[in-house]
Design a protein around this ligand. Sequence first.
Ligand SMILES: Nc1ncnc2c1ncn2[C@@H]1O[C@H](COP(=O)(O)OP(=O)(O)O)[C@@H](O)[C@H]1O
Ligand SMILES: [Mg+2]
Length: 520
Amino acid sequence: MKHILQMKNITKRFPGVVANDQISLDVIEGEIHALVGENGSGKSTLMNVLYGLFHADEGEIYVRGEKTTIDEPRDAINLRIGMVFQHFMLVETLTVAENVILGSEIRRGVRVDYQQAVAEVQRLAEEYGLNVDPQAKIQDISVGQQQRVEILKALYRGAELLILDEPTAVLTPQEVEDLIEVMNNLKAQGTSIIFITHKIKEVLAVSDHVTVLRRGKKIGTKATKDTDERDLAEMMVGRDVLLEVEKTPAQPKAVVFAAKNLAIKDERGSERVRGIDLEVRAGEVLGIAGVEGNGQSQLVEAIAGLMPIHGGTLQLNGRDISRQTPLERKQSGLGYVPEDRHRRGLILDYSVADNLILGFHGQEPFVRYGFIRSDRAIQDYAVKLVESYDVRPPEPQYKAASLSGGNQQKVVVAREFTRTPSFLICAQPTRGVDIGAIEFIHKQIIAQRDQGAAVLLVSAELDEILSLSDRIAVMYNGEIVTTMPAEEATEKKLGFLMLGGQPEDYSDANEGGVLDEVES
Ligand SMILES: Nc1ncnc2c1ncn2[C@@H]1O[C@H](COP(=O)(O)OP(=O)(O)O)[C@@H](O)[C@H]1O
Ligand SMILES: [Mg+2]
């Protein structure tokens, strides 16, 4: 068992935070090593140290058994280490092949013949199943294909140890399956991979070993076959986590919200949503699945009153709300957790307490005699909410900006849910939120449903849609392709429909990819 990499007791401090605290990591030659942990646990920092972008304050790095110093990416590349970042670094106007060879011509000392480069890229692409047209321009290909270009770039430079920093975060379920196949191909040909993710299913599906970080510290390394979903979640969060949402069958009652023949145009006048008919009943969760950019954002913003509609009607509790202001809709019983909490959900410069009463700050008990602000009432209210929604740190006077993404989201959720809305829209409610907080938010959504709210859930995370919804609608290209009871939905089927497949063309033969085989 030879090690391609050993990082020993790496410490990296930033002002006010120890991002890596004495972390060691051993990677065996030819293995896929998953590196997992919640947001901010130190994964990217550790990899940036390895790639020469950050300098560790303490610790040593051994590559193929030899102690080395890596001061800049050039040193890492010379050691045959390649890295694919969360944010790609490609030149949009150049072709795939041009991007792949960019910067490496000089090192080789000769100008690379472009045709030869195209052939070489083609060869690498075929060898590893990295399907992409070498002559296409970056601006014309999908995000998934752009990621393949980044991988090709690293391989072209001779990478034998490949670091992938959260590669699946930007991919659709089918693209994730493809990437897993690529990783397996690379491994079969001897490449070692460090695979960063926070999706436990992916870890179990593809890795040989897994190292867990929490708050800058290493919690442990395990052989993947000796661990499971629950064990890893507990290592990541530091306590037992409920991965499955506990819920009883829905008891749907009267229709609370209805959209009829809805049409929405964007600022440029092009139609983004058309012919949408939707009904959400009290006591049920209707999930809308879809790849982002298929009109879900416009749909949600139009219902919330943040965007005009160009056709159709919106009804809440039997009343037409399409001409109401966002505030009037809130007063009519709408609760709204927006997908962009920074732009729509919070005022970052305000305190947590002021954010908790946003939109209701003119009402009793927060004002008295109709106009005197009652700081006392606001404070009492905030203290209660911060406690029951587990906002950390539990300090109502802190600025919203100083909280982590997950805790900011809890503030939005606390504000919207506490008003017991009759109709609740949750758009990407757990985006960028850690598993511990996801569990909490999911429980609250189901609690709202069980109290009789009609819930409209929009999410790009299929796991989330599948575990919370009672009925599922799939949106594609501005329309609702189909709606089905949650029992009839699978990840594969939804993925197929989300990419434009027709319901009648779907066959169960497509079931059973590597991710499905992972036992929950
Ligand atoms: N360039 C930086 N300057 C200051 N702090 C940073 C920097 N990069 C990361 N951090 C901090 O280091 C910690 C670990 O971050 P990071 O390694 O990005 O975590 P992960 O990749 O696991 O989400 C976080 O508290 C983060 O805020
Ligand atoms: Mg990171």
